[in-house]
Ligand binder design. Sequence first.
Ligand code: HEM
Ligand SMILES: Nc1nc2c(c(=O)[nH]1)N[C@H]1C(S)=C(S)[C@@H](COP(=O)(O)O)O[C@H]1N2
Ligand SMILES: [Mo]
Length: 394
Amino acid sequence: MVRHRPPRTLTPPLTPPPPPSPSPRAGGSPAGRFTSALRGERTAALLGAALAAAFTTAFVTGLISHYMQHPPGWAQWPSRPVNLYRVTQGLHVIGGLATVPLLLAKLWAVYPRLLRRPPARSAADAGYRLVVLLLVGGALFQLVTGVLNISYWYAFPFPFTTAHYWTSYILIGALLVHAAREWPTARRAVMTRPGDAVGRRGFLLAVAGAGGAVALTTAGSTFAPLARLALLAPRRPGTGPQGVPVNTSAAGAGVLAAARDPAWRLTVTGRVRREVVLSLDDLRALPPRTARLPIACVEGWSAGATWEGVRLRDVLRLAGVDDGAHVRVESLQTWGIYRTSRVAPAHWHDPLTLLALRIAGEPLHPDHGYPCRLIAPNRPGVMQTKWVHRLVVE
Ligand code: HEM
Ligand SMILES: Nc1nc2c(c(=O)[nH]1)N[C@H]1C(S)=C(S)[C@@H](COP(=O)(O)O)O[C@H]1N2
Ligand SMILES: [Mo]
C-alpha cells in the first residue's frame, strides 16, 4: 500500500491544529505505519531485556536438568543440596510459564517491524532477518512444546526432550546475535527520558501483572504453601495417594501383579563380590532409616514426603562393591524409558539415599513403587525408580 502525504501548505490551515494528542499514536517510527508509542523502541527494549533474562534462566536450568539425566563420564552431580533440582526445575517450568505473557507482549510490540515489506533490504539484512526468524520461532516453539508437555498433551510427532533441547541452542544463539545487534538502540531507548510514559507504564505493568498471575497460579505445584492457588497447575503437592502425585501408576506400568507377588525378591548383581537376593522381610530386617525428601519431577512439580526404608549403601555393602562403582537400578516394569536409572557414587554413598519401603508412616502405595523404590536427594523424579527389583553394579 502506498501512502500519500498531504502536500505541505504555506498558508495556515483553516482550523487550528489540534493540541498534541495524549493518545499513544505519536508518529515518527521508522516503520511508518505503526506509530503507537506502546510499540516504540522503549517498550521493545524493556520487554526484550526481561525476555533475555527469562530465556537465559530457562537455558541454564534446562541444561542442569539435561546434564543431571545425562552426566558426562568425567563429572558427577553432588547429592546436596537436597532441594537443588527441585528449585532449578521449578524455576525452569514456572519461570517459563510466566514468560508466555512477556513473549506475547513483545511480539505485539514489534510485529509491524517483523512483518515489514520488503522483508530484507540487502543480503546482510536477509541474514539478520533469518536470525530473528529463528529467535521468534525458537521462543514460540520452546514455550508451546513446554506447555503441552507439562499438560500431558503429546500433540507433536517428535520426541519432546530432544527437540526442546536442540531448539534451546538455536534460541540462545539467535538471542545473542539479536541482543548484540540491538544493544545500541535499546540502550538509547532506555536511557533517554520518555515523554509519554503514562500509557506505556500501564501496559508494561499489565504485562508484568499477567506474568506474575501465571506464576502465582502455578508455583503451588512445587511450593506447597501456594498449593491452593495452583489453579493452572496439572500436579499439586498434597494430592494423590499418600499425599504425593503420581505420573505412572502401577496398573499403567503393568507391574501390579509382580509388585504384589510374595515371591518378589531384590537381587544385587553385576560387579559384586557375592550376589545377594533379599526378600521384603530381609530388607525390613536391615537398619531402618528415615529421610524427608522431595519427588521433583522434570515437569516442574514437586512434593516433599517422609520416606522410610534402608540405605542403598547398606544393601550394596552386603554384596561387596567398589567405592567408585555405578549402580543401575532396575524396575519390574519391562518397558519405557523410566524403567531404569543410574546411581553414581556421590549419590549412593549419601546416607539419605534410600530404598524406600514406606511413605508417610505406611507401606508404599502400589503407585508409589511398592514394594520398594529408590529415593535420593537432589535428583530428577524420572531417576527415582519405582518397583525396584534388581541392582546391577557396573
Ligand atoms: C513454558 C516454557 C517451558 C516449559 C514449560 C518447559 C518445560 C520443560 C520440561 C518439562 C523439561 C524436562 C524434559 C525432560 O527431561 O523430560 C524441560 C527441559 C529443558 N528445557 Fe524447557 N521448558 C520451557 C521453556 C524453555 C526455554 C525457553 C528453554 C531455552 C532457553 C528451555 C530449555 C530446556 C532445556 C535445555 C531442557 C533440557 C532438555 C534435556 O533434558 O535434554 N526450556 N523443559
Ligand atoms: N519404574 C518407573 N519408575 C518411575 C517412573 C516410571 O514411569 N516407571 N516415573 C518416574 C517419574 S517421571 C516420577 S516424577 C516419579 C514419581 O514418583 P511418584 O509417582 O511416587 O510420585 O517416579 C519416577 N519413577
Ligand atoms: Mo517425572
